[in-house]
Design a protein around this ligand. Structure first.
Ligand code: PNW
Length: 474
């Protein structure tokens, strides 16, 4: 038997979800459509035309879901607030019934000793704000700050861990560039403008939260910062990597952590945008002191230079679209990283997570880090006894948690890990076909069954050490 992989006793063992992916109840208690309601109800946008109308009905089953988390032994839960439940038009006074749902959810978590971690924006922009221009419009950032203030005032007394945005890269570049996410626009200039206004929203939102909440609360952001590798160290390939690194990482952490966009980003995108919407003072506004940084990690990217990348669906794992999510990067080629893959086609590579954590430990010294999402989709099915065995997911979790442990040993201040996801759920444009849950959901009855990975992870959470993969009965 190998040495047990043990974690600090304060390490948080969490699971993550987001509002639109699990809540359902899209027309209840004053909620109005978000861009994801509109998008998923537009023919051809999601697999099988699936929507989050019912999702896994968490809005009505949250008590059972929290009980399940407690039974498994989780110490933290990351969820998001649905903006259109709180401010149906994205402006004006709050709907108390909407806020009350999150008060009840948080109180239930606290009663069971589970730490809530709240994300303000996990992609469900009120449709009215999209109709007014969406994220390419500067006003959306001010609207977000107002929403942040409302939620901060309502829940700041009971939630200590806050995140402004989840994966602004997806909002900007899948939403306004490749169009595989809501609102489904395909305009490279708009996607860069959206990125800046998301940054601005983060900065304004952070200030609004600070003013609205007790000082003990912590504020962070969750970035899907990628580990990017090249096929060779040929200068052209290294330049290709720099370009994608700027568009994936530097465009967000540059302003957020260092108060500046990478110079190389301005140069590389000058054919698409003149960045004139970056106004005096914006970078100071965005560069707010943070208490922690959330990293979401699934798979690394592998790139090279090319004369012109082939048109059509690309091997970058970002869904099939004829439009690239990478503005002004038509001469960068994405390759499939070698190795086993999950059901998403994403290569399993825990070393990429170690590299990512060490990079941010270096670039943001002193800033506590959390892995706010990590997990895998598999084609899980119950056996005749109704049990769901998912040894591949256990292996994935074991590999990635071991990488986190190595990063801690190497000096990184990683305080917790949130498995994506607690439950099988609405996987955006892929619909319900991709199961990321540690808990299986039967979509005809909505019954929940913990998979063997949930039991394995619960045991890790309770003991603070990873159970052996080979000796586990799974
Ligand atoms: C993240 N990509 O989404 C989200 O935060 C979750 O809501 C989602 O369910 C999870 O990861 C699994 O997909 C991503 O194309 C969606 O690179 C797309 C990409 C990355 C993350």
């Amino acid at each position: 038997m190998s040495e047990p992989v043990t974690f600090p006793s304060t390490f948080l063992w969490g699971a993550a979800t987001s509002a639109y992916q699990i809540e359902g109840a899209v027309r209840e208690d004053g909620r109005t459509p978000s861009i994801w309601d509109t998008f998923s109800h537009t023919p051809g946008k999601t697999a099988g035309g699936e929507t989050g109308d019912i999702a896994v009905d968490h809005y009505h089953r949250y008590r059972d879901d929290v009980a399940l988390m407690a039974e498994l032994g989780l110490s933290a839960y990351r969820f998001s607030v649905s903006w259109p439940r709180v401010q149906p038009t994205g402006r004006g006074p709050a709907v108390q019934r909407g806020l009350d749902f999150y008060r009840r959810l948080v109180d239930e978590l606290l009663a069971r000793g589970i730490k809530p971690a709240l994300t303000l924006y996990h992609w469900d922009l009120p449709q009215d704000l999209e109709d007014a221009g969406g994220w390419p419009e500067r006003d959306t950032a001010y609207r977000f700050a107002e929403y942040a203030q409302i939620v901060g005032e309502a829940l700041g007394d009971r939630v200590e861990q806050w995140m402004t945005l989840n994966e602004p890269w997806c909002s900007a570049f899948l939403g306004y560039g490749s169009g595989v996410h809501a609102p489904g626009r395909t305009d490279p200039a708009a996607s860069l403008k959206a990125a800046h206004h998301l940054n601005l929203a983060h900065g304004l939102g952070t200030s609004a939260l600070r003013a609205a909440m007790p000082a003990r609360n912590t504020i962070a952001v969750s970035l899907n910062s990628s580990t990017i590798r090249t096929v060779s160290d040929d200068p052209a390939d290294v330049a290709a990597k720099q370009r994608i690194d700027d568009l994936a990482n530097g465009i967000f952490h540059g302003p957020m952590l260092h108060g500046a966009y990478p110079e190389t980003l301005f140069e590389a995108t000058s054919s698409v945008t003149d960045w004139s919407y970056v106004l005096d003072g914006d970078l100071e506004t965005i560069n707010q002191p943070l208490d922690a940084l959330g990293l979401n990690y699934y798979t690394p990217a592998l790139v090279s230079a090319a004369e012109a990348a082939p048109k059509g669906p690309r091997a970058d794992g970002h869904g099939a679209s004829a439009y690239s999510p990478w503005p002004a990067a038509d001469d960068v080629m994405f390759h499939q990283t070698p190795g086993d893959r999950t059901e998403m086609g994403w290569t399993i590579d825990p070393t990429g997570l170690h590299e990512l954590i060490m990079r941010y430990a270096r670039e943001a010294p002193g800033l506590p880090l959390y892995v706010t999402e990590n997990g895998a989709a598999y084609d899980d099915k119950p056996d005749p006894e109704g049990r769901v065995h998912d040894p591949e997911r256990i292996a994935y979790l074991h590999g990635h948690l071991s990488a986190v442990r190595r990063a801690i040993a190497d000096g990184a201040d990683v305080r917790g890990y949130y498995l994506w996801s607690l439950l099988d759920n609405f996987e955006w444009s892929y619909g319900y076909g991709k199961r990321f849950g540690a808990v299986y959901v039967d979509y005809s009855t909505l019954a929940r069954t913990p998979k063997s990975s949930a039991l394995w992870y619960g045991q890790a959470a309770r003991s603070g050490a990873l159970p052996d993969v080979t000796t586990e009965e799974n």
